[in-house]
Design a binder for this molecule. Structure first.
Ligand code: PEP
Length: 254
């Protein structure tokens, strides 16, 4: 049985002080909230302080990216081992903003996913089509390629622990979320591919969460779809009370 998984993606928001204040408040608000996994992803600068603030609570901490090497001459980059040591347990990989603004490809996503697993981090692997691709009816082809290439070489055991975030690019930060029917259809397709390519056990355990303009008023309809196991939340996660609403409305046995 998959417990809903809700992660807040803060992107380039919040100072160290703001991150600590948020996490301290959130840990109190969710201390008696069960039946849902709660994660927030601060920027690198606030990762360690946020992880300290979340220690011994049911709030998990994710980094927003990583480099695939352990260390070396890669100015500006941060490795999985560094992120793990800073106290995070998760890392977002292949977010569409990284793909479109910073040239990330399925090949780099694949290296990062492998590096994250090697460092003991759980990757939240983002996939999703652009509006053009959806209108050209290429959504499933795009997702197939992103899954095949991005997760290439992973064992079924690894897939079972993974979080796949289906984030249609046209829904990110636009206020236009996928309809529950669109999410159901696409998540069903992703689950089918995971089953075909990595086996039934892996597909059954892997979380497939939805991202793209999730808000307190649309989360319940989205997570009521059979293969939608929670959400990756951008803008609406920046306010702790709003994020709490999304967390509590995500609870259900999926
Ligand atoms: C995201 O950044 O992953 C995201 C889904 O953003 P938003 O919720 O703001 O659309």
């Amino acid at each position: 049985m998959r417990i809903p998984f809700v992660a807040g993606n803060w992107k380039m928001h919040k100072t160290v002080a703001e991150a600590v204040k948020y996490v301290k408040e959130l840990r109190g608000l969710v201390k008696d909230v069960d039946g849902v996994e709660v994660v927030v992803s601060p920027p690198f600068t606030a990762l360690h302080a946020a992880a300290e603030a979340a220690r011994n609570s049911n709030v998990g901490i994710a980094a927003q990216d990583l480099h695939w090497e352990r260390e070396g001459a890669f100015t500006g980059e941060v490795s999985g081992a560094m992120i793990r040591e800073a106290g995070a347990e998760y890392v977002v990989v292949g977010h569409s903003e990284r793909r479109t603004l910073f040239g990330e490809t399925d090949a780099t996503v694949n290296r990062k996913v492998a590096a994250a697993c090697a460092a003991g981090l759980t990757p939240l692997v983002c996939i999703g089509e652009t509006l053009d691709q959806r209108e050209r009816q290429e959504t499933f082809d795009v997702l197939d390629r992103q899954i095949r290439q991005g997760l290439d070489g992973l064992t079924g055991e690894r897939i079972a622990q993974l979080v796949v975030a289906y984030e249609p690019v046209w829904a990110i930060g636009t206020g236009r979320n996928a309809t529950p029917a669109q999410a159901a259809e696409t998540h069903g397709h992703i689950r089918k591919r995971l089953r075909q390519w990595f086996g039934p056990d892996a597909a059954e355990l892997c979380h497939v969460i939805y991202g793209g303009s999730v808000k307190p008023d649309n989360i319940a309809d989205l997570v009521s779809q059979p293969d939608v196991d929670g959400a990756l939340v951008g803008g609406a996660s920046l306010d702790v009370r709003g994020f709490l609403e999304i967390v509590t409305r995500s609870r259900r046995a999926v």
